[in-house]
Design a protein around this ligand. Structure first.
Ligand SMILES: [Zn+2]
Ligand SMILES: [Zn+2]
Length: 251
């Protein structure tokens, strides 16, 4: 996630839950100090804290009756409305877990595994089946389980899905919604079985249809344009993006 994406989520959390949010994050003193500290926790100690979180919080205030005035009469930017719509369905516990993971740098955590030590071939299908479905009914061999468990935080995948309200980053659909279930899936842009790359920048949240199409056709992913190019010339743009950082900002 980019710094601003992280700050936006924290701002949403604070706007919606206000005192409870500060308390949950361990702040008892002044809110100004807390906002400054949150800024530093996201950008690191070498960067001056800025007012981004506060400004974003003011923008989210339109949606919440939290007693602050600020921007309450203004029409929110469409990007702000989009974030509100996706994030507002999370419960307090769910978003708290996500905010804490972001503040603790958990979304960036990576572990690299030396696949040379593993004799059996691990298929992309098995890895993603394991990550996408919590039940153990899929006939996965122990090697896949061991490799994936050692390398991969399933929690990170679950939290990314939450960040998108289980909607597909390409078509923005969530077919499970009207059935009151969530069937969004995680996909590795560079196939995990080849890249062993589990950084968030290599992950997309997709509906089962788009996921299936991508594995069937192996379209090329263009990071600059954030789109897939299929063999027949069709293009699928990434319509929803709350976490990809490639080319967006200097670390
Ligand atoms: Zn889709
Ligand atoms: Zn996939």
């Amino acid at each position: 996630m980019t710094v601003n994406q992280k700050k936006s989520l924290v701002a949403f959390y604070i706007s919606k839950y206000n005192d409870a949010a500060y308390r949950e994050l361990g702040y008892n003193g002044t809110k100004n100090k807390a906002l400054e500290d949150l800024s530093i926790r996201i950008t690191g100690p070498d960067v001056e804290p800025n007012a981004y979180i506060r400004q974003r919080r003011d923008e989210f205030d339109v949606f919440f009756d939290n007693g602050r005035v600020g921007y309450c009469k203004r029409k929110p930017k469409s990007a702000v409305t989009e974030m509100y719509e996706k994030w507002n369905i999370m419960s307090f516990e769910e978003i708290t877990e996500l905010v804490k993971a972001i503040l603790d740098g958990k979304m960036e955590e990576e572990q690299v595994l030396n696949l040379k030590n593993i004799d059996e071939k691990i298929s992309e299908h098995d890895i993603e089946a394991y990550l996408n479905f919590s039940d153990d009914t899929a006939a996965l061999n122990t090697t896949v389980k061991t490799v994936v468990e050692r390398t991969y935080s399933k929690t990170k995948v679950d939290m990314l899905k939450r960040l998108y309200a289980y909607k597909c980053q390409i078509c923005e659909g969530n077919i499970g919604e009207e059935y009151e279930t969530n069937i969004a899936e995680v996909h590795h842009i560079k196939y995990f079985s080849k890249s062993i790359d589990n950084s968030s920048d290599n992950l997309l949240i997709l509906c089962p249809n788009h996921h299936r199409l991508i594995h069937a056709l192996n379209p090329e992913f263009d990071y600059d344009e954030l789109q897939y190019l299929y063999p027949n010339g069709k293009i699928d743009k990434i319509a929803l993006d709350f976490h990809l950082t490639y080319g967006k900002e200097e670390k």
